[in-house]
Design a protein around this ligand. Sequence first.
Ligand code: 6PG
Length: 465
Amino acid sequence: MSGLDVGVYGLGVMGEAFALNLESRGLKVAVYNRTAKRTSQFIESRAKGKNIQGFTGLREFIESLSRPRMIILFVKSGRPVDDVIESLAGMLEKGDVIIDCGNSHFRDSDRRFAELGKRGIRFLGVGVSGGEEGALKGPSMMFGGDFSAYIEAENKIGRAAALFENSRCSGYFGDGGAGHFVKIVHNGIEYAVMQAIAEVYDYLWRGIGMSSGEVGSVFEEWGEGLLRSFLLEAAARVLKHLDPETGKPLVELIVDVAEQKGTGRWAVEAALELGVSIPTIAAAVDERTLTTQRTLRNPTTQKVSNSERRAGEALDTARDALLATITLSYIQGISLLEAGSRIYGFRVPEALRVWRAGCIIRSRLVEELYRELSWSPGEPAATALEKSHNQLEELLPSWVQFISHASGLRIPTPASMSALSYYLSLRSERLPANLIQGIRDYFGRHMFRRVDRDGYFHSDWGRGQ
Ligand code: 6PG
């Protein structure tokens, strides 16, 4: 009897949706969940009548699969993934494949790849983006790990990926945690873009006095142009949705405390470790944290609505600032990818290629950046900045005005501000780092380099030491 094609371990939102997706592409799927009740519920409801078999015993689940076995994990990242791998590994044979499709840290995937490799089990860490709908209809898939396993997996589960102009949005990024590294960068950009959109909403709603629904309509309109993106479309839908019980915009009834599962923070930590500046992504993570600091938050400003400013002018400046901020969020992400590519050996444009459909940050901008970078010989982030130069220069006056007007109204714009500082810093012929070097040398003999000669120098700074 030939076995089932692939096993899905973990029937949460993503696991269920992905199992259904795989089945819809012609695969025979085995499913298992730690609590058997969940498995039977799934088999009796959404999986009913489909080529999906549920198992309550782990051994039967494993034995049901054709060799080499391919088991996909949708398990909470961290310790639970290690526990599940340990419970599976003893029952698997050499050459079998474990595929972690959760949001794992790339360093964990590096380690699991190495440890399982020693036991003859092939490991793949896959960044899967697109939320529940993506998992069901076609996510973007970022593979890392054992290359031979990738070739086999691409053939099977790669079929479930989203298509962009008939090309699959799945790709291989290198050994170990390469795929999860790329996913972490994706999430860093996701955080920055969401924060930038939220700031513009705050400005238009609290500052200019538009209703949430009106802001939603504006976002819808902008989404037809240069700002076309899944996240702006999602924001428009959220803003226009009315709470069925109260009739009020539901968004206004949501507590203003942003949660996070850690992937944005990991992007910032990785950037710090790798020596890459990603201030807008960092500002977005930080602002989420700030919203949780309840005792420190001490409101002195309410809804400030400013009738003096014509809404039309405010809208234009806000739109331009949003485009500039989002562009620089992507450029910062590309810069982090570049650092990762030196570890894992992937080509940066490959990430943009697989982000063109299925994932949360899919957008017109990703498509353009991919087109511009795919054949450019230079360093990707510098090339992306050069290619965006003229547009960013055009946006600059509005961008400054937006930040200044919002600040005057006491509306915070951390993502927009950090993106502007990033841009101005990168474009400055000279930065005041010379003074920093001077002060370091003044108090600690840290030495400095001079513009007019080679080598390192120390001065007594007139103290006669
Ligand atoms: C995706 C998303 C997803 C992530 C959520 C929640 O690409 O589909 O990145 O993987 O889990 O966006 O992330 P936070 O809870 O950290 O906001």
